[in-house]
Write a protein that binds this ligand. Structure first.
Ligand SMILES: NC(=O)c1ccc[n+]([C@@H]2O[C@H](COP(=O)([O-])OP(=O)(O)OC[C@H]3O[C@@H](n4cnc5c(N)ncnc54)[C@H](OP(=O)(O)O)[C@@H]3O)[C@@H](O)[C@H]2O)c1
Length: 349
């Protein structure tokens, strides 16, 4: 071995633990971790590269008409993925599709759908099943912090309908495409750091009109998204399905400005949408379960990610679940009941 190669290996052996120490210290600061500083420090110190190309891959992104979903769709298109762009507003959805096509996506399909409307979700799934032979990744990006109590067409509070019931319904309807993918399909759910403030509690998940608090409803539904995300991996992992939750960090988007305008004070400390979308795209490309991703991290088929690393799901002791698998089972049964879907699937503990 040449002395230069040996030197490089020695440096690489040193840098791994140093990067990890830097990343861990950043994580402990929370604000440093979630802000643009966290993204920049990690991307530079860990020498992030583009994930693998996604030619022939078919990816559905909900919430693709704005913010993080819009940026994710553009990057996925640049990597060669065929895209399904789901948005709620027709003009914004068309504009997002044009942008994704310009970045190089070989084919872009659009769907205008209010995800809080179960019938519309079913129609979207049927269209995809009729059109596609494969689905490689399903990104649950749609979300909003709704300040005033609002109900979905079936009378469920809007936040939980959009963040929990819609992903449950859409994923269930698309399960055959996902589970039959020989390369292994991926589900990515965009959660939020707000979930760290809440314990999963099924009895409090669907808010009523009385005493409605949009921030709390948002945080509870974001915690539930993580629980549901684990359950998909638990049920379908044996079929090659990986399911991750991702926290994008604090990102300057129309959604953040509308839901939590106080964040505008952070100005340049907020991430850009493409930075908030980075880990989502990285997971969609299968990097967390591929030995080729080269970060030295253990491979994962589930878990909560931020900045290309699996992260803690609890900072506050009282948010921990006594029995996480039981929470997952209960949430699944609740979603099945509320959507009227008879899943009829056995489940191992
Ligand atoms: N920005 C942040 O700092 C941050 C932090 C943590 C988590 N997140 C999460 O990241 C995701 C994207 O948020 P963003 O900040 O990028 O906000 P955004 O710019 O408002 O984008 C949200 C997207 O979701 C769509 N959407 C919301 N409710 C919908 C519904 N019922 N049916 C269909 N589409 C719906 C929106 O459609 P319209 O354009 O029609 O509204 C939009 O395309 C959300 O899940 C959010 O909770 C964001």
């Amino acid at each position: 071995m040449g002395s230069r190669t040996a030197g490089r290996r020695f440096l690489a052996a040193l840098t791994g633990p140093l990067e990890l120490a830097l990343d861990t210290s950043l994580e402990a600061t929370i604000a440093g971790s979630f802000s643009r500083i966290g993204y920049q420090v990690r991307a530079r110190s860990q020498h992030w590269k583009d994930p693998q190309r996604l030619d022939e891959h078919v990816v559905l992104v909900t919430g693709a008409s704005s913010g993080i979903g819009l940026a994710a769709a553009a990057t996925l298109g640049r990597l060669g993925a065929t895209l399904w762009i789901a948005g709620r507003d027709p003009d914004r959805t068309d504009a997002a599709a044009r942008q994704a096509a310009e970045t190089g996506a070989p084919r872009v399909e659009t769907a205008v759908v209010d995800l809080a409307d179960g019938k519309a979700v079913d129609e979207l799934a049927s269209r995809i099943i009729r059109t596609e032979r494969r689905l490689d990744c399903l990104v649950h990006g749609a979300g909003a912090l709704v300040r005033e109590y609002t109900e979905s067409p079936d009378g469920t509070e809007q936040t939980v309908a959009t963040h929990v019931l819609a992903p449950f319904r859409l994923t269930w309807r698309l399960r055959t495409l996902l589970r039959s993918n020989p390369a292994g399909a991926t589900i990515v759910t965009v959660t939020s750091g707000g979930m760290y403030t809440q314990r999963f509690d099924l009895d409090r998940l669907a808010s009523g009109r009385d005493g409605y608090d949009g921030v709390r409803a948002y945080a509870r539904s974001k915690r539930a998204q993580v629980v549901l995300s684990h359950e998909w991996a638990h049920r379908w992992g044996a079929d090659g399905v990986a399911s991750y939750a991702v926290h994008p960090g604090w990102v300057a988007t129309p959604g953040l400005m509308a839901g939590l305008p106080g964040f505008a004070r952070l100005g340049p400390l907020l991430r850009r949408p493409e930075e908030g979308a980075d880990t989502l795209v990285w997971l969609a490309a299968g990097a967390a379960r591929s030995p080729a991703h080269g970060t030295g991290e253990p491979l994962a088929r589930d878990g909560l990610f931020l900045d290309r690393r699996r992260r803690k799901e609890h900072y506050l002791p009282w948010t921990r679940a006594a029995d996480p698998l039981e929470d997952q089972r209960q949430l699944w049964a609740w979603c099945a009941r509320r959507t009227g879907i008879a899943t009829g699937e056995g489940r191992t503990r």
